[in-house]
Design a protein around this ligand. Structure first.
Ligand code: NAD
Length: 509
């Protein structure tokens, strides 16, 4: 066996020197320590060393955060100011994200184990989303009906929904909060934000930026803590009007159930098992690159991962051979190294769950075309990019979200078969089609049940384009020009003018 690969300790030392290590909660405009002294200590999954310590919120701090958000909302200090004034704050936050981009990227890289080059792109993308939301804050408007006769004028206005609980996962810590928080703020809502317990630091840093940008106290409250402990309160408390959640389908369903007693508005971004449908007439090199990117980007820990490919049978053997050969060039290693493509898995528990999926797939008859094991690293949780072939569509690995660097390969003969396979899971987040034939592309795009279908590309994203899932991949859409509306209620204001026109009671006069 080869000697384990050791990382350059200079990279880690420099990163640790460039970040803030200790992080307080952000409640009612103040940095707050937890009352019981608990701290979330994060060991870098790649390096095996303690990288951050975040104050840990319990029920007491969650109570404070919800109370502060409710009071701030009801005071009108944010919900009733001009859209232009809200936009000005969001724009300042975007500037500060850019000014602090390297520290934020390093925090996400160290806590999540994701490659630094990729983290930098995510932080730049986040700043862009904050700017986009700022523009929408000034364009939030309703409708008017001047067509209801002389006695009536109907005006439909939009009002902020109220207090929003925002709960985010660990795989894109700073990017996912950017897909929610600025839109809620643009609408005039106030928020309680809970990042994942594994990756809280960058979101807590955001709190300090919000305060510096001039956001009034209590409008955003950020609490790090265990989902199982404080999540139920965030999703059920009567003072919360909406829950915006990104995470696993199973926890998301629990959050919807918890919110049901008080009938909160919900927005759910959940899991995926996203197919890339590949036809023999496509640009093979482009498709191979996109398949590797889709499957192994963020170590496959991505709701949008293209974790299964459906390949036309006539080309499958040759295409998969080329794919496997190219996958050997995917660099797995130190997330702090700019050349790394695949970093560490989030936790040892998750790594072993992914490995169990591979073991079960083999028991069910799958063949490991490459990968399948952990590479020899001196520290950390890593998995080789893995490609599984000889699958049957009903096998668990072909249907379930694995959330690791594991690609399932299935084949099809007809377009109808491809569509049926693409639609054969409980999920419907995204898909892609690869072909030079525009009719083929349109047919697949129209018939696959997914919130996004890419044609001859994969996982490109723009702030302007809505993102969300069909079926059990979620409820609602984020990004796009309607995203601020999700954080509003519609109110009809009906003006009556002139004399009453339709009397209910017989008139005596
Ligand atoms: P998770 O569901 O375990 O946790 C998500 C968040 O929910 C965390 O902050 C966690 O602390 C919190 N939580 C846990 N228990 C809770 C409870 N009882 N009540 C309220 N909140 C609770 O998900 P994860 O492991 O952090 O992330 C991976 C999952 O997220 C994958 O399934 C992935 O597909 C999904 N995801 C979806 C999208 C999307 O946009 N569709 C994006 C990223 C990740």
């Amino acid at each position: 066996m080869n000697a384990p690969i050791r990382f350059d300790t200079k990279l880690l030392d420099a990163a640790l020197a460039a970040i803030r290590r200790d992080h307080a909660l952000f409640i009612d405009g103040k940095l707050v320590n937890s009352a019981d002294g608990r701290v979330l200590e994060r060991i870098s999954p790649a390096h095996g060393v303690l990288v951050t310590r975040c104050q840990q919120a319990g029920i007491a701090e969650t109570e404070m955060a919800i109370a502060a958000a409710r009071a701030a909302f009801d005071s009108g200090v944010w919900s009733r100011i001009k859209g232009a004034d809200r936009a000005a704050v969001l724009l300042k936050v975007a500037d500060m994200i850019e000014a602090n981009a390297e520290e934020i990227a390093l925090l996400d890289c160290l806590e999540a184990g994701k490659p630094i080059a990729q983290a930098r792109v995510e932080i730049a993308g986040s700043a862009d989303i904050w700017r986009y939301a700022a523009a929408l804050a000034r364009d939030l408007h309703g409708e008017s009906y001047n067509t209801l006769g002389e006695a009536a004028l109907g005006v439909v206005v939009r009002e902020p929904v109220g207090v929003v609980s925002i709960i985010t996962p660990w795989n894109f810590p700073f990017l996912i909060v950017a897909q929610k928080l600025p839109f809620a703020l643009a609408a005039g809502c106030t928020c309680v934000v809970k990042p994942s317990e594994f990756t809280s630091a960058s979101t807590l840093v955001l709190g300090e930026m919000l305060a510096k940008a001039g956001l009034p106290a209590g409008v955003v409250n950020i609490i790090a803590g265990l989902g199982s402990e404080i999540g139920p309160m965030m999703t059920s408390d009567a003072r919360v009007d909406m829950v915006s959640f990104t995470g696993s389908t199973i926890v998301g369903k629990g959050a919807v159930r918890a919110s049901a007693d008080t009938l909160k508005k919900v927005s759910m971004e959940l899991g995926g098992k996203n197919p890339q449908v590949i036809f023999a007439d496509c640009d093979w090199d482009a498709a191979i690159d996109a398949v590797l990117f889709g499957a192994f980007f963020n170590a496959g820990e991505c709701c949008n991962a293209g974790s299964r490919i459906l390949v036309q049978k006539s080309m499958a053997a040759e295409f998969v051979a080329k794919l496997v050969a190219r996958s050997r060039d995917v660099t797995v290693g130190d997330p702090l190294d700019e050349n790394t493509r695949v970093g560490a898995m989030i936790t040892a528990k998750h790594q072993s769950q992914v490995q169990n999926h591979i073991t079960q797939a083999v028991k069910d008859g799958a063949k490991i075309a490459c990968g399948g094991t952990a590479p020899a690293m001196a520290t950390g949780m890593f998995l080789e990019p893995t490609i599984l072939t000889e699958l049957r569509p009903e096998m668990a690995v072909a249907l379930e979200e694995v959330f690791g660097p594991v690609l399932s390969v299935l084949t099809f003969e007809t377009h109808e078969e491809a569509i049926a396979l693409a639609n054969s899971t409980i999920y419907g987040l995204s898909a892609s089609v690869w072909s030079m034939n525009v009719d083929t592309c349109l047919q697949i795009a129209r018939h696959v049940h997914a919130g996004t279908v890419w044609i001859n590309t994969f996982m490109d994203g723009f702030s302007e384009l809505p993102f969300g899932g069909y079926k059990q991949s979620g409820l609602g859409r984020e990004l796009g020009r309607h995203s601020v509306k999700d954080y509003t209620e519609e109110k009809t204001i009906h003006f009556h003018s002139e004399a009453r026109t339709s009397w209910w009671m017989p008139q005596k006069r």
